[in-house]
Design a protein around this ligand. Structure first.
Ligand SMILES: Cc1cc2nc3c(=O)[nH]c(=O)nc-3n(C[C@H](O)[C@H](O)[C@H](O)COP(=O)(O)OP(=O)(O)OC[C@H]3O[C@@H](n4cnc5c(N)ncnc54)[C@H](O)[C@@H]3O)c2cc1C
Length: 410
């Protein structure tokens, strides 16, 4: 059963005949896409020197280039900008099938998922014509310059300044945890343009060329061994006036809208992956060790696995509900916080169980389960970040407490 098999019905008008026809067309789209993805990804992985390496950023970028070269980019954009104008239900099918075939997420996630819809919504015609083609082709990778050493959860405290200069702005400041910054040609930066205004009101949204003089990127090595994010320093960087997205001092409003554009589809690949890993953990639990002991004989292991299976099911339902809400055009609500906590904390529990079942294979990255041990160990290490990125669990709990449960502000 697929995660989003009901999605087509959401696109159809209420008339049931039209519903059947839309569902049938979406199913045909799924099958065609699945066929293409399975063979294209298998060919790509086979041709990769040294064998498939889904954890490497070069591999991920090259696969993303392949997708874009074959037209799997700009799925929801208007045709006028090279997009496919696919309804959300089909975009959801794409994300689901892409994850299902085992392909990794790309490195221009932020360009495709956040910046492009933001430019489409807030950009002027010249900005759309300038920036969308580079994302469509994957020629230009984007990163997101929001967090700073003193501004993470409290994002409105950003201190990076953009001061008026002839023809634009002078940018000075220090960003941190900027994913893919060392690969990116462009960065969208939240910078303070009115130091006198209240902190949410004095910010602007700037599109900054990472090749500009005065931009310095210093990668930060993560627990996984990779350096996927960096510190970024801006020292007297000139940013032209036409790189201001939207109006001056409207950056907070744009940043908040940018965060909502992915809400219908963000969790889909992550939940497909969750279900795949859950199956791997089940195999591990049923595998006898050298002494003939089977972990699944333990009630505790069975209990933990069953709880994760329930998590997987509930998360799939929450994801369907988010997609349906996005399709109806409902405004984003606090429910996303509940899904974020649930997914990130359940994923950590899943990978903790996998590590326990792998035993010493988890350290060696080899053994009876071969390459899968290395993948699960890598996923375990990466998952430590999942309760931090895109809003920590504590911040999500604050949102749930205040906006869903009506509790007083802390
Ligand atoms: C893998 C990864 C990728 C990232 N990529 C990017 C990126 O591309 N661009 C970008 O701009 N940022 C990125 N970030 C940064 C991320 O958005 C921040 O780490 C996150 O918002 C938390 O901010 P902080 O690290 O400054 O922690 P802080 O805000 O300093 O929080 C420290 C601790 O205090 C708690 N805390 C803070 N305020 C409260 C409160 N009001 N109530 C209760 N507890 C509180 C937090 O939950 C946390 O436990 C990334 C982070 C990670 C881990």
């Amino acid at each position: 059963m697929t995660l989003l098999e009901n999605a087509a019905r959401e696109d159809a008008v209420r008339d049931s005949a039209a519903q059947d026809s839309a569902a049938g067309e979406t199913e045909a789209f799924r099958l065609e896409l699945r066929g293409w993805l399975e063979s294209a990804y298998a060919d790509f992985a086979r041709a990769w020197p040294g064998g498939a390496d889904p954890r490497s950023l070069d591999y991920r970028r090259a696969w993303e280039d392949t997708l874009c070269a074959n037209g799997w980019s700009g799925l929801g954009w208007p045709k006028a900008y090279g997009g496919k104008e696919l309804p959300l239900s089909r975009q959801a099918v794409f994300h689901e099938e892409h994850a299902r075939c085992g392909a990794p997420l790309g490195v221009n996630l932020i360009g495709h998922g956040i910046l492009a819809p933001t430019v489409l919504h807030f950009g002027d015609e010249a900005q759309k014509r300038r920036f969308l083609p580079g994302i469509l082709s994957n020629r230009e990778v984007w990163c997101q310059g929001y967090s700073e050493p003193g501004a993470g959860s409290d994002l409105a405290s950003v201190r990076t300044r953009a001061e008026p200069a002839p023809g634009g702005f002078r940018l000075n400041g220090h960003k941190i945890w900027t994913s893919f910054a060392d690969r990116a040609q462009w960065c969208f930066v939240l910078a303070r343009t009115d130091p006198q205004a209240a902190k949410h009101k004095g910010l602007s949204f700037l599109l900054v060329d990472m090749g500009s003089p005065g931009v310095r990127v210093e990668p930060i090595r993560q627990i996984t061994g990779e350096a996927e994010f960096s510190e970024v320093f801006f020292e007297d960087v000139f940013v032209p006036q036409d790189a201001l997205l939207g109006e001056l001092n409207q950056g907070w409003k744009i940043a908040m809208a940018a965060a909502s554009f992915e809400r219908g589809t963000y969790f889909i690949p992550r939940l497909v992956r969750f279900a795949q890993e859950l199956r791997q953990v089940r195999e591990l639990a049923l595998r006898a060790d050298a002494h003939g002991r089977v972990p699944a004989a333990s009630a505790s292991v069975r209990h933990r696995w069953a709880r994760l299976a329930a998590d997987s099911h509930v998360l799939a339902l929450k994801s369907q509900r988010a997609l349906a809400g996005a399709q109806r055009g409902d405004p984003p609500g606090p429910e996303g916080s509940s899904t974020k906590i649930h997914w990130s904390e359940a994923h950590q529990r899943l990978l903790e169980l996998s590590l326990q079942l792998l035993g010493e294979d988890a350290c060696l990255g080899v053994g009876a389960v071969g390459a899968r041990a290395a993948e699960l160990t890598h996923a375990y290490l990466w998952s430590r970040a999942e309760t931090i990125l895109a809003g920590t669990s504590e911040i999500q709990r604050n949102i749930i407490a205040e906006q869903m449960l009506g509790l007083p502000k802390a």
